[in-house]
Design a protein around this ligand. Structure first.
Ligand SMILES: CC(=O)N[C@H]1[C@@H](OP(=O)(O)OP(=O)(O)OC[C@H]2O[C@@H](n3ccc(=O)[nH]c3=O)[C@H](O)[C@@H]2O)O[C@H](CO)[C@@H](O)[C@@H]1O
Ligand SMILES: C=C(OP(=O)(O)O)C(=O)O
Length: 437
């Protein structure tokens, strides 16, 4: 299994271009199976989760192709699925559950193995089921597979007990082909939900209110294609680079970002004493002086994103004073604390609360990514640590970051991938030299 090796202590400087959003891309790829004609997508990152989702769509019988010259994705699904998503693919990512609504709505039947992805919490699907049932679907769990059937969906009023991103997306997609109006109350307001709604409207759906907590959908008979739809930039990738810039006391300009989507993070970084300049599609992050401790509570958007919590924990581990983090979304997202402690961090975890006492510096160590954002946090920690950090389980990081090492190296970081399980320092040196050339 690959490792990432980081020789820390370099201040990041320069410009980095942010890729398209993983979570928007995955939902939009699922929605593309509802399109009767060709769909062309731009700004879809070539990351592991997207590759797996493309394989899942192919397994259904869709034509899916990435154009080498410009990276755009072309998807065409004309016929009913030749088979349902196979377990060995569906188990690899959480977002495979977002095929439930689209397949059900278009073909009247969907069978989705319970999804996989990172182990960051229990992640039930009761709200997805509640919403789809309210639209008239019959849902059963058969040997670990969700089987949904419907002879035509009927619009309804659905109140979500919690503004779940996935449940909002599944219900919104299914409702596009239901008879009459659907109203989703207490809907998720995340930018990825808005991006999905915009894409659905591009196919001819009638979705209004995405981005607020009430989404109204007027069902239509069929959906067409879309000549060109560009996915929004990834606010979590952008946030990770911002935090890495701050952690290394650097000066980095992020290109291809939507600053508004990053406001919850920007507000917190400013509170900590970071200088941030926002332009229309660009953000400059500078951190020269000393930083102040801050408190963070993860919340549904526009609250502070859970997907940025681990990276912030890494940053705060060297900010003098006491910072407190409350994780309200996923109960297992503090596993990274144990890995940061190997590097000298002082973090006490008590249930959903973590107390971080800033230490003077972290020291490089062998650590293990326990999920995607834990991996990103360890990269941040490795970049600021003294000495060498080796991160195992890089496959988690590959789920969600396109060209992470290359982008960081362009900013001056010393980071490389060691493609061996056990290596001698001499082998590592050879890999390091070739990566730095
Ligand atoms: C592919 C994708 O877009 N993933 C994102 C999505 O995940 P995902 O869509 O899985 O996250 P949700 O918003 O659904 O989950 C939020 C909370 O609701 C709970 N819940 C969810 C559904 C349900 O039926 N019942 C229930 O109780 C979950 O356990 C969790 O505590 O939003 C999360 C919250 O912003 C992000 O961290 C993930 O990166
Ligand atoms: C939790 C995440 O993704 P997923 O929902 O796909 O597991 C994430 O992106 O941090």
């Amino acid at each position: 299994m690959d490792k990432l090796v980081i020789s820390g202590g370099i201040s990041l400087q320069g410009r980095v271009t942010i890729s398209g959003a993983k979570n928007a891309s995955l939902a939009i790829l699922c929605a593309a199976v509802m399109a009767g004609e060709l769909v062309t997508l731009e700004n879809v990152p070539d990351i592991r989760d997207v590759q797996v989702m493309m394989d899942i769509l192919r397994s259904l019988g869709a034509q899916v192709h990435r154009t080498p010259s410009n990276g755009s994705l072309r998807i065409l699904m004309t016929d009913p699925p030749v088979q349902m998503p196979p377990y060995h693919l569906a188990k690899q990512l959480r977002a495979s559950n977002l095929l439930l609504g689209p397949l059900l709505a278009r073909f009247g039947r969907a069978e989705i193995p319970l999804p996989g992805g990172c182990n960051i919490g229990t992640r039930p699907m009761d709200l997805h089921f509640k919403g789809l049932s309210a639209l008239g679907a019959r849902l059963e769990l058969e040997k670990g597979t969700v089987v949904a059937r419907a002879a035509g969906l009927q619009g309804n009023r659905i109140y979500l007990d919690f503004p779940s991103v996935g449940a909002t997306e599944n219900i919104m997609m299914a409702a596009c082909l239901a008879r009459g109006q659907t109203v989703i109350e207490n809907a998720a307001r995340e930018p990825e939900v808005v991006d999905l709604a915009n894409f659905l409207n591009c196919l001819g759906a009638r979705v209004r209110g995405a981005g607020t907590d009430v989404i109204k959908i007027e069902g239509v008979e069929t959906l067409g294609g879309c000549m060109r739809y560009a996915v929004i930039p990834d606010r979590i990738e952008a946030g990770t680079f911002m935090v890495a810039a701050v952690a290394t006391r650097g000066d980095v300009v992020l290109e291809n970002v939507i600053p508004r989507h990053l406001e919850p993070l920007i507000a917190k970084l400013r509170e900590a004493g970071v200088e941030i300049e926002e332009e229309e599609e660009r953000i400059r992050v500078r951190s020269t002086g000393s930083l102040r401790p801050i408190d963070i509570k993860t919340m549904p958007y526009p609250g502070f994103p859970t997907d940025m919590q681990s990276q912030m924990m890494a940053l705060l581990s060297t900010v003098p004073g006491t910072s407190v983090i409350v994780e309200n979304i996923f109960e297992n997202r503090f596993k990274v604390a144990d890995e940061l402690k190997r590097m000298g961090a002082r973090i006490k975890v008590e249930g959903r609360l973590a107390v971080v006492e800033g230490v003077e510096k972290l020291e490089g160590a062998c650590v293990r990514a326990t999920d995607l954002r834990a991996g990103a946090a360890l990269v941040v920690a490795g970049l600021m640590a003294e000495g060498e950090t080796r991160i195992d389980n890089v496959q988690y990081i590959d789920r969600g970051y396109f060209n992470l090492e290359q982008k960081l190296r362009m900013l001056g970081a010393r980071i490389w991938r060691a493609p061996y399980d056990e290596k001698t320092p001499a082998q590592d040196n050879a890999v390091r030299k070739s990566a730095l050339i």
